[in-house]
Design a binder for this molecule. Structure first.
Ligand SMILES: O=P(O)(O)OC[C@H]1O[C@H](O[C@H]2O[C@H](CO)[C@@H](O)[C@H](O)[C@H]2O)[C@H](O)[C@@H](O)[C@@H]1O
Length: 270
């Protein structure tokens, strides 16, 4: 962060903030519906969005509707289903290709027999993607992988991506990085320096995209990453968002805060 401040001649850099949702803004839970969303999270994110001139978006594997429900009544710019769905900052929703929607539905349908056999698995069909969760039955990971590969087999426009106790089918060529780059072409993101915070393998594309554009990827938790910085946990993300807000409000105080902050570590130090 001090590097960004140095780049901007000691003044607070104009940032565009992007975050993942599960594992970054909320702790991972046993099932997708069981996430515990802090009562004040929507208020905090609204404050952050306002302080960055609304250059704040969530880029997630979830559907946009899920994020709206969890953060109600806040409606942020959200890229959902790993970028297959996207709502701009002005509220317009990009229309999803009907072939992509249809293929995602067909992939979900092809997985249903496995779900009938193993009701402990969770199928999460989305408009534009499909998630097959095996958190309740880790021993079925290989069966899930084979079933997913078979289901995707007849849909070469989709690709298989692993996540946290989940296997996902998402359109090939669309990922969190392409979503971040699309936002960076638009107001109010354009001309700012992107920061992306995420915890999962599917976040690597967005770390790369942010860094290609002169920004910073911040990886939450351990693990190999392309991100240049690391943050420990969800609580630290909340603290960082508050800290970033201070960067804009008090550039001089924040330059010190960034240099001395224990919140961020350089990934090359691990
Ligand atoms: O990109 P994200 O916002 O991190 O979303 C990734 C996936 O998150 C959800 O699944 C994960 O979180 C669940 C709740 O904590 C957990 O039970 C599951 O094991 C995780 O894989 C979500 O359900 C998926 O749709 C997202 O793609």
């Amino acid at each position: 962060m001090s590097e960004l401040i140095a780049q901007s001649g000691g003044a607070a850099p104009m940032l565009a903030i992007f975050t993942d949702f599960d594992g970054t803004l909320v702790e991972i839970a046993e099932t997708p519906d069981a996430v515990d969303v802090p009562a004040d999270l929507a208020d905090q994110l609204e404050r952050t969005a306002r302080d960055f001139n609304h250059a704040f978006a969530v880029i997630t594997g979830r559907e946009i509707a899920d994020i709206d429900r969890f953060l109600s009544p806040l409606h942020l710019p959200v890229a959902g289903a790993h970028g297959a769905q996207r709502r701009r900052a002005d509220g317009t929703l990009l229309e999803l290709d009907a072939n992509i929607s249809g293929a995602a539905q067909a992939i979900a349908d092809a997985l249903r027999p496995l779900l009938e056999e193993h009701p402990e698995l969770i199928l999460e069909p989305k408009d534009g993607a499909v998630a097959l969760h095996f958190r309740q039955a880790p021993e079925l990971e290989e069966d899930c992988l084979l079933a997913m590969q078979a289901a995707i087999g007849t849909h070469p426009e989709f690709t298989l991506v692993p996540g946290k106790m989940v296997l996902e089918a998402r359109p090939a060529g669309i990922d969190k990085g392409s979503a971040l780059k699309a936002y960076m072409q638009e107001e109010p993101f354009a001309g700012r320096t992107p920061i992306f915070i995420g915890d999962d393998t599917t976040d690597e594309d967005a770390f790369r995209a942010a860094q290609d554009l002169g920004g910073i990827g911040i990886k939450l938790g351990p693990g190999k990453t392309i991100a240049r910085m690391r943050i420990a946990d969800v609580a630290s993300v909340y603290a960082l968002l508050e800290g970033l807000t201070q960067i804009v409000a008090q550039p001089h105080a924040t330059a010190n805060l960034a240099d001395e902050s224990p919140i961020l570590a350089d990934t090359t130090a691990h």
